[in-house]
Design a protein around this ligand. Sequence first.
Ligand SMILES: Nc1ncnc2c1ncn2[C@@H]1O[C@H](COP(=O)(O)OP(=O)(O)OP(=O)(O)O)[C@@H](O)[C@H]1O
Length: 303
Amino acid sequence: MAAIELNGLTKRFGESVTALRGVDLRVNEGEVFGFLGPNGAGKSTTINILLDFVRPTSGTARVLGLDAQHDSQEVRRRTGVLPEGYKVYDRLTARHHLEFVIESKETNDDPEAVLERVGLADAIDRKAGDFSKGMKQRLTLGMALVGDPDLLILDEPSTGLDPSGVQDVRQIVKEEASNGTTVFFSSHILSQVEAVCDRVGILRDGELVAVDTVDGLRDAAGTQATLRVVADGVTDGAIDAVQSLSGVSSVTFSDGVLTASVDDGAKMDVVTTLEDHGASVSDFETEEASLEELFMAYTGGGQ
Ligand SMILES: Nc1ncnc2c1ncn2[C@@H]1O[C@H](COP(=O)(O)OP(=O)(O)OP(=O)(O)O)[C@@H](O)[C@H]1O
């Protein structure tokens, strides 16, 4: 069974805005899936349809094998959600917020243990209205974790978080996934997405333009890796020879380091060509295209 299954999902707002255009997507159970796209691409609209906060114009959405519209209560009971821009209740404490979710989900979580996980145990009896932006976000994440959900939907979970908060989110996503929870999350922090996701989907202007592992996206986009070679005795002739290799571009040499953009198969050609021209190579490394570069390649810019 798929944890999330979208078929031909289309959403129009009024006459002029089409937020989603026939999106088909299958997210497997237990998968950590990163949902990416520039501002306004349709990520939140998709998430809102999964939770029946928004109704699609056409197409279907199934969540945990249930119909997102007809079975929305059951979907929400089994799903933990961190919605975009959630407003806390200013006069209620962190404990009260959690008790509210624990009651409505009819679970027996310990509020203190949940807040411990999100780094907020010390503030358990403080009013949420006095919390910083990051503390509010931590509280909202804690609320999403209540009841050991089968599916976690996190819309921009790292908004407002400091670096240690970003790391906490990463850790929690990993823990949840290792317990079999499916995690579906949108984020503009692509290094974080790359670190935790099994697969990513890239939405552009309401259309899903890519769904794959990060490695698969690299292969499909044909992006080149950056190769750096530390070598002595590199002559102009050696540099020219490297430059003329197929699958190699943007060759520069300074301070004893030759840098080049290379296709997958051309890395060793660069090293052997340098050696054939009398250079002595002491070290080399390659850096694959980052998810950020891939994102740019698939969307033409903008996060
Ligand atoms: N309630 C609404 N009424 C009218 N238009 C809407 C509504 N909700 C979303 N839209 C429009 O739908 C499009 C997709 O918006 P959405 O919020 O889903 O994007 P997003 O990918 O989540 O963006 P961001 O990264 O900025 O959060 C945008 O053009 C937005 O203006």
